[in-house]
Design a protein around this ligand. Structure first.
Ligand code: PRP
Length: 211
């Protein structure tokens, strides 16, 4: 049987996840010296480095058994897997934000909302019974209101620095976000013991990291 395969989100979350792996006593030498390699041994597991949305795809399709990914990606992209553990890492909030001092809810025009998360934005405004035009942006969403492409953005805010340094502010918090452990549904049935052991260990390490 192949090693249990764990998809890790590259970038911001990666360092913190690797720190947890170390806390679990896993040998992370290869991960530290990864170069441009994307599949690496970590202790008895195999780590796969992927973009957040692809972590969800690989776990949904069962080519990775486990994934570590932000709740923002889970809410935006899908749900056909088990979400088993909140690691409390990468804490931030989905927010509605825009130019400082502007009255977003004023006026009668249909508001334009720029976002990397169209499903999250749509659901948020639907829950308010508010009709909006959503404009999909791939990165640095803060540019959209600055260039007057949109009236506001729906995006993740961590420290608030990006908003502040660009003359923007939070209008409303939408939901809190943190990193989660997700598990493929078939793997959960077929390799339950190994998965339970991993989840217990990473959960414990994340608790210890909080202290
Ligand atoms: C995220 C988010 C904000 C920023 C918030 O972008 O989209 O732009 O981080 O963080 P802060 O509140 O600490 O400033 P990311 O850095 O992931 O890059 P991207 O927008 O180019 O994808």
């Amino acid at each position: 049987m192949r090693k249990l395969r764990i998809a890790l989100t590259k970038g911001r979350l990666e360092k913190q996840t690797v720190a947890l792996f170390e806390q679990m006593g896993l040998d992370c030498t290869e991960l530290h010296n990864k170069g441009r390699r994307l599949i690496l041994p970590v202790g008895d597991y195999e780590a796969v480095l992927a973009k957040a949305a692809d972590v969800v795809t690989y776990v949904e399709h069962g080519v990775c058994d486990i994934g570590v990914v932000g709740r923002d990606t889970i809410v935006e992209y899908g749900k056909s897997f088990y979400e088993v553990c909140d690691l409390g890492l990468g804490k931030c909030d989905f927010c509605l934000a825009g130019k400082k001092g502007a009255s977003f809810y004023g006026g009668y025009n249909v508001k334009r909302i720029a976002t990397k998360y169209p499903n999250v934005a749509r659901a948020f405004f639907q829950s308010k019974g508010m009709d909006v035009n959503i404009i999909k942006i791939e990165g640095s969403v803060e540019l959209a209101p600055l260039l007057d492409l949109s009236d506001a953005i729906v995006d993740i805010v961590e420290t608030g620095t990006t908003l502040r340094e660009n003359g923007l502010e939070v209008y409303e918090k939408i939901m809190p976000i943190s990193a989660r452990v997700i598990v493929n549904t078939a793997s959960m049935k077929l390799r339950r013991d190994e998965i339970d052991a991993f989840v217990e260990k990473i959960g414990k390490a994340s608790q210890e990291a909080k202290v």
